[in-house]
Structure formats: C-alpha cells, structure tokens
Design a protein around this ligand. Structure first.
Ligand code: CP
Ligand code: NVA
Length: 306
C-alpha cells in the first residue's frame, strides 16, 4: 500500500498496467476482508454535478479506512462566486489530504492538480471517468478470473465513460469495440492513445455497426445517451441512438457467457431494456458495489499508511 503515494489520478492512463493490476488485487483483498488498513486522513469531495454512487462510495470507503470526509457543495463555496480555481486549489491543499473533483471541463481538474500538491482524483469530467473503470475492471475480473484477452463492447455515446474504457481496456490487454452513431464517436486523441497503448497486442475498433460490434463480446457496456449537462438534447437523441440499445436481441449476438455492465444511473428502455438490466447476465449491482472497494484501494494507495 502507498504505491501511488502523492500521485494524481486525472486519466486512467496516469496508471500503468502493473499499477492497475495491483489496485485490483488490493480492492479484491479489501472486499474479501483480508486487508485491514487504517488511514486517518481527510478526503474532500468537490462536485459540480449530481452524484449518488461516486459521492457515497468515496465517503464510505474513506470512513471504513478510518478517515474523514468533507462533502463540498460547490454552490456553498466561493467557487460559485468566481474565486479563481488556482486560489481555491492552493487553499484546499492546506486543509485536505486528498481531493476528488467532479466537474465539466477536464482543464479545470488539471488546474487543481497544477496548484495543489495533494492527490487530485478525477470523479468524472466530460473527458474521463477513471474511478468508474477501476470498478468495472474489478467486476470483469470477478466474472472471468482474468480480464486480458477478453473483448468489451461499448454501445452508445462516445464520451467520458467510453474514453476511460478505451484506455483501461488497452492497458489491461483487452479488445474493445466502441459502437456509436456517426457524429458521436470518441475523441480522436483518446482513440489514438488507446491504439498506441494496445499496439499489436489487442484491437481497438470504432464502428457505427452495433451488431458487428457485439460479436464475440464477453462484456457489453452502455451509458446514458445524454450526459449531465446535455439534458436538453435527450429527446432528440433517442431515435439516433435507438439501434445501440442493449436489449435481448442484441445480447443474443454476444458470447453466451457475456455479462452486461452499466455505470448507472440508467434510463430504462432507452440505452438498456428493463429485461436486460434485471436479467441473469446483468452485473450492474456488483459493479456499483465495486466502486467502493476500488476507491478504497485507490485511497489507501494514494495516501499510504498513517
Ligand atoms: N456511475 C456514477 O458515477 O454514478 P454517480 O453519477 O451516481 O456518481
Ligand atoms: N456519461 C455520464 C456518466 C455518469 C456517471 C455523464 O457524464 O453524465
């Protein structure tokens, strides 16, 4: 523990393959109750967007480690009145031991990291959601033993969750197929980064063909069609994204052993049907639980022992 001491986690690619493997191992040990680790530190949560899982799982993880949490509502801080982020970052750095931030612009997260010496954790930006993917990898590992060599198919909007999945799969030796409507593909720079990491070991495929994408998939994954901040686009997107819905028909085209993941919150009968979400191949509740175990391991590794 303490291997990542003092580091930031802004992108999943801030971690090496070995570091992710170590975190997953520690998370599994913590989940099994084999590691009893104490960390008497203070975590700040600075969230500009709504959250259920990330907020609660980070809080419970920190309490279970013996630490404290300060849940900072942006509206009640001076940030909402225009205090420069560089100033807020330098002040919070003097009080807290670690800070998890959920915001829109990834550059704002980078500003916090530039001005604060404490570890800064990406709790979701419009570009990435690395903590989610650590939990996803733990869930896939639990289902299949080893993640390497598996194929994950992501269907839907090519944004934050898809970006971190691209990087996570490439780092872990998994093939990834991302199926999106034209115009909703993932960021070209992230795709290039994932391809560079994957090299010729695994495949990174970006397509607009959902049926081709799910063939041979061990994991089917989806996310909302309109992310936070895009609520006004939600209705218009429904017909565009409809062919990418995870339903029983599409699931039949994947491996018979395939599992289904969704980062949640879900819009049932939009990106995923009720039948698949509640079906025997769904692992979404384990996946949500694993947010807590993966982040507990992350906090322990970033903070070291006290
Ligand atoms: N998956 C996820 O990040 O959920 P919340 O928005 O509820 O934190
Ligand atoms: N893509 C979603 C993920 C929520 C966890 C969003 O950004 O709202």
């Amino acid at each position: 523990m303490g291997t990542l001491q003092g580091r930031d986690l802004l992108s999943l690619a801030d971690l090496s393959t070995a570091e992710i493997r170590e975190l997953l191992h520690l998370a599994a040990e913590m989940k099994a109750g084999k590691v009893n680790y104490r960390c008497d530190r203070v975590l700040g949560l600075l969230f500009y967007k709504a959250s259920t899982r990330t907020r609660v799982s980070f809080s419970v993880a920190m309490y279970q480690l013996g630490g404290q949490v300060i849940d900072l509502n942006v509206d009640s801080t001076q940030v909402s009145r225009g205090e420069p982020l560089a100033d807020t970052a330098r002040v919070l750095d003097r009080y807290l031991d670690v800070l998890a931030i959920r915001t829109f612009d990834h550059q704002d997260l980078q500003t916090f990291a530039d001005y604060a010496a404490i570890p800064i954790i990406n709790a979701l930006t419009d570009l990435e959601h690395p903590c989610q993917i650590l939990a996803d990898l733990l869930t896939i590992q639990e289902a299949f033993g080893d993640v390497s060599g598996l194929t994950l198919t992501y269907l839907g909007d090519g944004n934050n969750v898809a970006h971190s999945l691209l990087l996570g799969c490439a780092l872990m030796g998994m093939n990834i197929n991302v199926a999106t409507p034209k115009g909703y593909q993932p960021d070209a720079k992230i795709v290039a980064q994932a391809k560079a990491i994957a090299g010729d070991r695994t495949q990174v495929i970006i397509t607009d063909d959902p049926k081709m994408a799910v063939k041979d998939a061990a994991v089917l994954y989806t996310d909302v069609w309109a992310s936070m901040g895009q609520e006004n686009l939600a209705d218009a997107r429904i017909p565009i994204f409809q062919p990418y819905q995870i339903n029983d028909e599409l699931l039949e085209l994947a491996n018979t052993e395939a599992i289904v993941l969704h980062c949640l919150p879900a819009h049932r009968e939009e990106e995923i049907t009720d039948s698949v979400m509640e079906g025997k191949q769904s692992r979404v509740w384990d996946q949500a639980e694993n947010r807590m175990h993966a982040q507990k391991a992350l906090l322990a590794s970033l903070l070291g022992s006290t």
